[in-house]
Write a protein that binds this ligand. Structure first.
Ligand code: NAI
Length: 478
């Protein structure tokens, strides 16, 4: 079989396959969904455009979706996050070879330019014979944005002119839609018509979806996978607890113990990051805008301060906010010599990289890919990871398999929900029902040797719940 694809090197497929095989062992949620739904093929007919970091764990997700009957095209949702061996292995497929591709069209490699990035996103939405996609699986919302903004601009007959405020990303994105409008003026309108729905992975993408729904611009249903408890309270927290310091170590190998680490944001990601830095013996300072999260950080024993007041103390700075301009060029100019600056939030605008580059007399030296030293005219320098993009995927390989099995089991169930029950969903943003959230957790207990206590019928009646769950009301916060 042959199909269009674009990856760094198909020769890496064997190495990727070994890693995928080991990851499968650590992803009991996905593997049991394959067992449960393999025969009934609930995703037969689903044509999924996937935009999510093309890692080994994502390879197991992709092959779960295809095992359930889906056809898939895939791109990464970040220019640095692809693991090239995983991308190659997915294209070749478990039983294929370089001469006989039996896998899935993937358009992703580590170190894409922004133009290449958006072109890959276009590729996953452009199916042979225009026969698809009918589902989007998104991380950060870029694939959804391309379809919805593309359609909106087609209807308006033009793309709004680029402004000075536009991030470089957005300028390139607008250029892409301008180009498609010239060659095919109804491309995105036609694609949008076929989409039954989207399932969104992360906080930032979910935020965009709620904004679209509020503005009445969401034209298909969406499932917010991020806010399944078994996603945000696990992947965002325990995943980052693991992969933040993995990224720091691979990038710099600096000893974390004894250092002052400043973590901006104490949400789910921030909590995981702070715990791992403190676990390594760093003295952690938190910045927050939300009094509840600030109080939480304080009760956990961390100093909570304003960035401008502690910017000269930090050895390591990490942004986890999903906000923008959190670390400005002015902040960076006041940092200690060789301070490390990193972002683990979804977009690179948390750190003002453009402002840093504009600093008078500054020079940039590549220490190694995704690690840059920026030197000020007075000889002091700071180390910036992954050009300000999410560093756990740019400098390391993202979250480990077991935690991603939770996230991706939610993704798979969410795809089945929208694809098989399209009529039951309006054009709004939904979270998965609690019994499915509990199901995802259950799928991961055996692997960890967890023995769950069972309620008696009388105890269940006393608590006012069913013996089989759900055990908590919707408003419970875990
Ligand atoms: P969250 O909403 O739980 O936490 C963000 C926190 O930052 C909030 O408590 C908020 O009050 C605080 N904040 C906002 N603006 C701030 C500012 N200017 N200064 C200080 N604090 C500020 O969101 P969550 O789930 O922690 O996600 C954060 C970001 O990380 C999002 O962009 C999300 O998409 C991304 N993410 C990245 C992952 C990765 O593997 N790199 C994994 C999961 C999420």
């Amino acid at each position: 079989m042959s199909f269009d694809y674009k990856v760094a090197d198909l020769g890496l497929a064997e190495a990727g396959r070994h890693q995928i095989r080991l990851a499968e062992h650590e992803m009991p949620g996905l593997m049991s969904l394959r067992e449960e739904f393999g025969a009934s093929q609930p995703l037969a007919g689903a044509k999924i455009a996937g935009s999510l970091h093309m890692t080994v764990q994502t390879a197991v997700l992709i092959e779960t979706l295809t095992a359930l009957g889906a056809e898939v095209r895939w791109a990464s949702c970040n220019i640095y996050s692809t693991q090239d061996e995983a991308a190659a292995a997915v294209v070749v497929g478990p039983n294929g070879s370089a001469d006989d591709l039996q896998g899935v069209p993937v358009f992703a490699w580590k170190g894409e330019t922004l133009e290449e990035y958006w072109s890959c996103t276009e590729q996953i939405l452009t199916w042979p014979g225009n026969d698809g996609p009918n589902m989007i699986l998104d991380d950060g919302g870029d694939a959804t944005m391309l379809v919805l903004k593309g359609r909106q601009w087609e209807e308006a007959g033009q793309v709004p002119p680029t402004t000075e405020d536009d991030a470089e990303e957005f300028t390139v994105f607008k250029a892409l839609v301008r180009r498609t409008m010239e060659s095919d003026p109804t491309k995105w309108t036609e694609i949008a018509k076929q989409i039954k729905g989207v399932t969104e992975e992360t906080t930032t993408g979910v935020h965009r979806l709620y904004q679209l729904a509020e503005a009445g611009e969401l034209i298909f249903p969406a499932i917010n996978v991020n806010d399944s408890v078994t996603k945000s309270k696990f992947d965002n927290k325990y995943g980052c607890r693991h992969s933040l310091i993995d990224g720091l170590n691979r990038a710099t190998d600096v000893l974390i113990g004894g250092k002052v680490a400043v973590v901006c944001g104490y949400g789910d990601v921030g909590k995981g990051c702070v715990e791992s830095l403190a676990g390594q013996g760093a003295r952690v300072i938190v910045t927050e805008i939300d009094p509840i999260c600030a109080l939480q950080a304080s009760m956990e024993g961390y100093q909570v301060a304003r960035l401008e007041d502690v910017v000269g103390q930090g050895d390591i700075f990490v942004t986890t906010t999903g906000c923008y301009d959190v670390i400005t060029a002015e902040h960076m100019a006041q940092m200690k010599n060789k301070a490390i600056v990193a972002n683990i939030g979804h977009f690179d605008n948390e750190i003002d990289m453009a402002g840093l580059a504009r600093t008078e007399g500054i020079t940039k030296t590549e220490i190694k890919p995704q690690v840059h030293e920026w030197t000020y005219p007075d000889g002091r320098s700071i180390i910036v990871l992954s050009e300000g993009r999410l560093m756990n995927l740019g400098n390391a390989t993202g979250h480990p398999s077991f935690v991603m099995s939770n996230s991706f089991a939610n993704q798979t169930i969410a795809q089945i929900e929208i694809f098989t029950k399209t009529d039951e969903y309006a054009n709004e943003v939904y979270t998965l029902p609690k019994h499915l959230d509990e199901k995802v957790a259950r799928l991961h207990l055996d692997a960890l040797g967890v023995e769950l206590t069972e309620l008696s019928k009388a105890q269940a009646e006393y608590l006012g719940v069913d013996v089989a769950g759900p055990y908590k009301p919707e408003h419970y916060r875990y």
